[in-house]
Design a protein around this ligand. Structure first.
Ligand code: S3P
Length: 161
């Protein structure tokens, strides 16, 4: 299962909860990328630029999608930018869109170091608006009621499967 949605939507927390409840492995794609590249996301963006980050992200997505066992993957907010990633997500697994608005998501962010693309609320809103149809394109299931707790969201989702 793959979780997608804007930065700060709560994908990583929900992925950890789901994995715990379902007894599956949780993979946070941003952390996986940092281990794979042996450097931080901030420094990939600063030293090599966004397109190199997107190349690494696409490669890491291909690797985790080929995992031999079922896994819960929290994807970075920009995973839907590349058509190849969208195709892979649609083919490979059950994709859940955590549909929190970009502004709500932005308010929840306390760590901006993994998110060099986010500079202001306005910019997060514009990014979210542009990406919304791309999240919808890949989603098999959309969580709209994001005001309930992570635990309730996880239980509801597992009940749906
Ligand atoms: C990005 C979101 C980040 C991270 C990178 C790029 C984006 O992940 O992958 O900074 O393009 O929106 P989160 O959604 O976990 O913050």
């Amino acid at each position: 299962m793959f979780l997608v949605g804007p930065p700060g939507a709560g994908k990583s927390t929900l992925a950890r909860k789901l994995a715990f409840l379902a007894g599956l492995t949780c993979i946070d794609l941003d952390s996986y990328i940092e281990q794979f590249a042996m450097t931080s996301i901030r420094s990939i963006f600063a030293q090599q630029g966004e397109q190199v980050f997107r190349d690494i992200e696409a490669e890491c997505l291909r690797i985790v999608a080929a995992h031999p066992h079922p896994v819960i993957v929290a994807c970075g907010g920009g995973i839907i930018e590349r058509p190849e990633n969208r195709s892979l997500l649609k083919e490979q697994g059950f994709v859940v869109f955590l549909n929190r608005t970009p502004l709500e998501s932005f308010k929840r962010i306390d760590n901006f170091t993994m998110r060099p693309l986010l500079t202001s609320k306005e910019q997060a809103a514009a990014l979210g608006e542009r990406r919304a149809p791309l999240y919808e394109e890949v989603a098999d299931y959309t969580i709209c009621n994001v005001h309930c707790t992570c635990s309730v969201m996880a239980h509801n989702l597992l009940d749906e499967l």
